[in-house]
Design a protein around this ligand. Structure first.
Ligand SMILES: [Zn+2]
Length: 250
């Protein structure tokens, strides 16, 4: 696992960034206070992050349309670059992005800014987790609505650490798997980000129902990505895990 030193306020820089008003060909719209889109202005994205995000947006449209009949219209966000003092942050070099809304062409959305992570509608929570699964194919650091109060309005992603397999010692990775177990397997795990026996047991059951017992997402990035792909399929399709099974583990 490779992580880099988080930039400080004094190290803020827009070097190696590109101004973008689209990601993956889809418009991005600024929604800074969650009161509605205030701007469709271009924002700086660090060169090292923009290609990952382009591919994520394309995959989001592909999976959502193929499995859920939903087509991506635009992406709401809370910004990339930050120019005010605070904790060390990848936002100081525009290597982070805060995603607040996934707007579909049919008028529906995953309204992250207004608490999609805790929506009373399971279908919405499943879409939220599908979006998160596809982010996790590219980013080791994805902070969701359960990570802390500051992230209840957006997914934070950054590439301060290189992609690695599922890491059960990371709160953010564990929270995600607990949520998937609850919303896509009807488990009732405590969503605390701590990998304990109940989470371990649910994880094995998850691999079993997906016919993935020969895969090792904790040791192998491509196995982890395969698992994430299947979570995204089921999430957008609004299915419990097991409708789609991995064909290669006997
Ligand atoms: Zn952020």
């Amino acid at each position: 696992m490779v992580c880099f030193a988080t930039p400080t306020y004094e190290e803020r820089s827009l070097a190696s960034t590109e101004l973008r008003s689209t990601i993956g060909g889809y418009p991005i719209k600024y929604d800074g206070d969650c009161d509605g889109v205030t701007s469709d202005a271009a924002h700086p994205f660090h060169d090292s992050i923009v290609d990952k995000l382009d591919r994520w947006a394309g995959a989001t449209n592909f999976y959502a349309s193929t499995y859920g009949g939903l087509y991506l219209d635009w992406i709401g966000h809370l910004g990339t670059y930050r120019d005010f003092p605070g904790s060390p942050s990848w936002h100081y070099t525009a290597r982070a992005w805060d995603i607040s809304k996934i707007q579909w062409t049919n008028g529906a959305s995953v309204d992250i800014c207004h608490g999609a992570h805790a929506s009373p509608e399971r279908k919405k929570r499943r879409q939220y987790l599908a979006v998160e699964a596809l982010l996790r194919r590219h980013f080791r650091t994805v902070l969701n609505g359960y990570y802390n109060a500051a992230h209840e309005t957006h997914f934070h992603v950054d590439n301060g650490c290189e992609l690695e397999p599922m890491n059960t010692s990371l709160t953010s990775h564990t929270l995600f798997m607990q949520l998937v177990a609850n919303d896509l397997m009807n488990k009732s795990l405590v969503v605390d980000g701590v990998w304990g026996p109940a989470t371990e047991s649910a994880f094995w059951e998850m691999k079993t129902v997906l016919n993935m017992t020969c895969l090792h997402p904790r040791n192998n990035v491509s196995h982890y990505v395969t698992l994430l792909n299947y979570i995204a399929r089921h999430g957008f399709g609004n299915h419990s895990l097991g409708v789609y099974k991995y064909p290669l583990c006997t």
